[in-house]
Design a protein around this ligand. Structure first.
Ligand code: PLP
Length: 419
């Protein structure tokens, strides 16, 4: 069956034909590709067309597809069994590896996804502080639990409303929405809710609504506001963790968050999420504390050995090489954009993350994103697809470079771009 036939069949059995909405290529006027395999920087669809992959499973595959070391460890782990629902030393080894290298955390708890990690962080922050409200920024994504599917209300400043059907208005009342990049507004909202706010959640490198890097001063300002008002600062590093160097944005900015959430790279491509933080906060989690959290498949050995085998390859030299590879790729993409019908485009990048946007202005919050973004992307995405280059299939999703994009892949990209 070709991609189109598979999609038609899939829609019969699965809502919208997909298990996560962005995979549906909605608004892109082309059929989603059914990927049958991936090797290094390349994926192949069911029609045997090859693509250079810049989606990389939306970030986890920083080492590319089928990294040999990870694969070997996973196969060895499978030989010993893949779920015990009991104590085992695989997760201990990963926990030790992380805590010993990340000075801003004392303890970590593993779960199965980034969403679970943020959901737990919310409950933990509330349980620890005894307060109910949380702050979230317009333009940051933190997974699909109810209390994060909230957007700014259309009425008074500081009001909130659900951004998904099925989220109750009451849930919305406990999530306060702020504008990214504007410290005064955060202060205003904190002042309007004295003693009520448990935590402020932010992607320290917002990367889910385009790539919207924030200034050091702004992030530092948030830290100060949180400290002054007894609000926990939660860095959601599901994308930026282990991507922007081993210690993510916490390390890059030197800002000490109270809680950090991880996902994606931490599992080496297997389903893992994690909450990490200071001991006094983490020990509020059951069984020691009264904040309940659990998981049948949490910290399953296969994902844990994959995560550790992944982590052990992320040396300072690894990041140096990855950033060099990324810069070479950006040079080629920029050259192609300028020479073709996309000279209005800017390639926004932060280390190995990039975003293609039709404006030269710098963008720090969603309100500044050009209105024509989706239309222009539709055209660009299809041209690239035809050339065998797979971008993340949505104008607001970013691109991911892996270590497998080095060397020959660069020449192949050049060939495909100018073919
Ligand atoms: N937080 C951030 C910053 C994310 O980018 C994502 C997913 O893209 C999540 C949380 C949710 O993670 P998951 O999709 O693993 O549930």
């Amino acid at each position: 069956m070709n991609n189109q036939e598979l999609f038609i069949k899939s829609k019969q059995y699965v809502p919208g034909g997909v298990h996560s909405p962005v995979r549906s290529f909605k608004g892109l006027h082309t059929t989603p590709k059914f990927i049958k395999e991936g090797h290094g920087a390349f994926i192949t669809d069911e029609e045997n067309k090859s693509y250079i992959d810049f989606c990389m499973s939306f970030g986890p595959l920083i080492l590319g597809h089928q990294n040999q070391t990870v694969k070997t460890k996973v196969i060895e782990a499978l030989d010993r069994g893949w779920s015990f629902g009991a104590c085992e030393k695989y997760s201990l080894e990963l926990a030790e590896y992380l805590v010993e290298r990340l000075p801003f955390i004392d303890q970590v708890r593993f779960m199965n996804s980034g969403t679970e990690a943020v959901m737990t962080a919310i409950r933990l922050a509330r349980g620890f502080t005894g307060k109910n409200k949380i702050i979230k920024f317009d333009g940051c994504y933190h997974g699909h639990m109810d209390s994060m599917l909230i957007k700014a209300g259309s009425g008074l400043a500081g009001t909130s409303t659900a951004s998904s059907a099925g989220v109750t208005p009451v849930t919305g009342q406990d999530t306060l929405i702020c504008e990214l990049g504007n410290l005064d507004k955060v202060e205003e909202i904190i002042k309007a809710h004295p003693g009520e706010i448990a935590a402020l959640f932010i992607e320290p490198l917002p990367a889910n609504n385009g790539l919207l890097p924030q200034s050091q001063e702004y992030l530092q300002g948030l830290r100060t506001l949180c400290t002054e008002n007894d609000i926990l600062l939660v860095f959601d590093e599901v994308i930026s963790g282990f991507r922007i160097g081993f210690g993510g944005m916490s390390e890059r900015t030197g800002i000490d968050p109270d809680i950090v959430t991880y996902g994606k790279i931490i599992g080496g491509g297997f389903p893992v999420g994690a909450v990490a933080g200071k001991k006094e906060i983490m020990e509020k989690l059951a069984p020691l504390g009264d904040v309940y959290q659990a998981g049948t498949l949490s910290a399953n050995p296969v994902a844990m050995v994959a995560g550790l085998a992944n982590m052990q390859q992320l040396t300072p030299k690894f990041y140096e090489d990855l950033n060099e590879t990324s810069n070479n790729i950006y040079e080629l993409l920029n050259k192609w954009l300028k020479e073709n019908n996309f000279s209005d485009y800017n390639l926004v990048n932060y280390d190995s993350l990039f975003w293609l946007v039709p404006t030269q202005e710098s963008i720090i919050n969603p309100a500044l994103i050009p209105q024509n973004l989706s239309n222009r992307f539709d055209e660009l995405f299809k041209i690239f697809l035809e050339k065998g280059i797979y971008l993340s299939p949505n104008a607001y999703e970013i691109g991911f470079v892996s270590s497998a994009h080095a060397g020959d892949t660069l020449q192949e990209l050049e060939k495909r771009l100018w073919n």
